[in-house]
Design a binder for this molecule. Structure first.
Ligand code: FDA
Length: 308
């Protein structure tokens, strides 16, 4: 299994396969299980349908590591349009943003200025920006940017961050974020990291996830527990009920197209669920990371592809 995971992560970085896949109709059809579509309207339509099923949404305009300032501003424009459309259609939806798409690797100042503009727009429309966490080279700079923006009085409550339980440093980071009052999305982590920075074994990542989720549940801030792992979800539910923590004080978050049965079940049980909806033409690296998480998805997709 770890070999397959590494293979898909390596494939996620393959430029030739990426450009071929993103342009091919077969690629688009395969990706449609995990990606809402290519256009903003596709994302909004799916968001509305998910809202109608009793779940909140976070929308991700796919794309990573832009190579020019113009591209970074274009990527930000899509998010500005999304914020306006979410407000106009009164959707229960916020946005998830990657700082590399906002130019982080060209200039941290550029990414911070763009993120500030998005957070201000979100604040003005009563919305919220979640900054996704990328690979460990970028953890510190991402934290610095989010903490600085959140320290602006007008942006309090309009910006949050994602933290990964596979990193050794995450407990200390969460302590700091809680002291600052910053909302956290806890996930396990989707990148290939060296042993020097991340737990190499799944059991340790899971144990840390449970430890960190308890820290979040104990805090008065509304946090998100992003996972499809039933063991993580069961641990959070039982901790919450043992400590009298109301289900409305936190939310579970899952990816579009993944464990829809579990999403529905949690809603029926009275938990808050938010679905992460990615869209856009640059779907390839995202799609490959989903296959890396669960190589059995390849068989699943193939079966459905030939059936439809
Ligand atoms: P794990 O991978 O241990 O899987 C547990 C079980 O869940 C599997 O046995 C399977 O049943 C099911 N499952 C998991 N993935 C599946 C898939 N792709 N298809 C079908 N079933 C699957 N990462 C990151 O580094 N930075 C970030 O900002 C984010 N943001 C984020 C937001 C949201 C809302 C989610 C749900 C996830 C992320 N992630 C992320 C990804 C996250 O780090 C992680 O890679 C995946 O969620 C998979 O981990 P699980 O916790 O689901 O458990």
């Amino acid at each position: 299994m770890p070999i397959l995971r590494s293979t898909f992560i390596a494939l996620s970085r393959n430029r030739v396969l990426r450009s071929f896949s993103e342009r091919s109709s077969v690629g688009r059809r395969l990706s449609s299980r995990f990606v809402a579509g290519m256009e903003i309207d596709d994302a909004l339509r799916v968001a509305q349908a998910v809202n109608q099923q009793g779940m909140a949404v976070t929308v991700d305009s796919l794309g990573e590591s832009v190579t020019s300032e113009v591209e970074a501003h274009q990527a930000a424009d899509v998010y500005h349009q999304l914020l306006d459309s979410i407000a106009a259609r009164r959707l229960n939806a916020n946005i998830s943003v990657k700082l590399t798409q906002m130019g982080l690797e060209l200039s941290p100042e550029l990414a911070e200025t763009i993120a500030e503009g998005l957070a201000k727009h979100a604040s003005a429309t009563g919305n919220f920006v979640r900054i996704d966490m990328e690979d460990s080279r970028l953890t510190q700079v991402t934290l610095n940017i989010v903490r600085r923006l959140h320290a602006q009085p007008n942006l309090r409550g309009a910006i949050g961050i994602a933290i990964q339980s596979y990193l050794y440093r995450s407990q200390a980071d969460i302590e700091q974020l809680l002291a600052d009052g910053i909302p956290v999305r806890l996930c396990k982590g989707a990148y290939k990291e060296p042993e020097e920075v991340a737990f190499p074994r799944k059991a340790a990542v899971d144990a840390n996830y449970i430890r960190l989720s308890r820290m979040l549940l104990n805090s008065p801030i509304h946090h998100g527990l992003a996972t499809h792992d039933e063991a993580m979800i069961a641990a959070a539910k039982s901790f919450a009920s043992q400590h009298g923590i109301d289900p409305g004080r936190f939310e579970f978050q899952m990816l579009f197209g993944v464990r829809r049965d579990l999403q529905r079940r949690l809603v029926n049980e009275g938990y808050h669920v938010r679905v992460y909806i990615p869209f856009g033409p640059e779907w390839y690296p995202y799609f490959m990371r989903r296959l890396a998480e669960r190589p059995a998805n390849v068989l699943f997709l193939a079966k459905n592809f030939f059936r439809s």
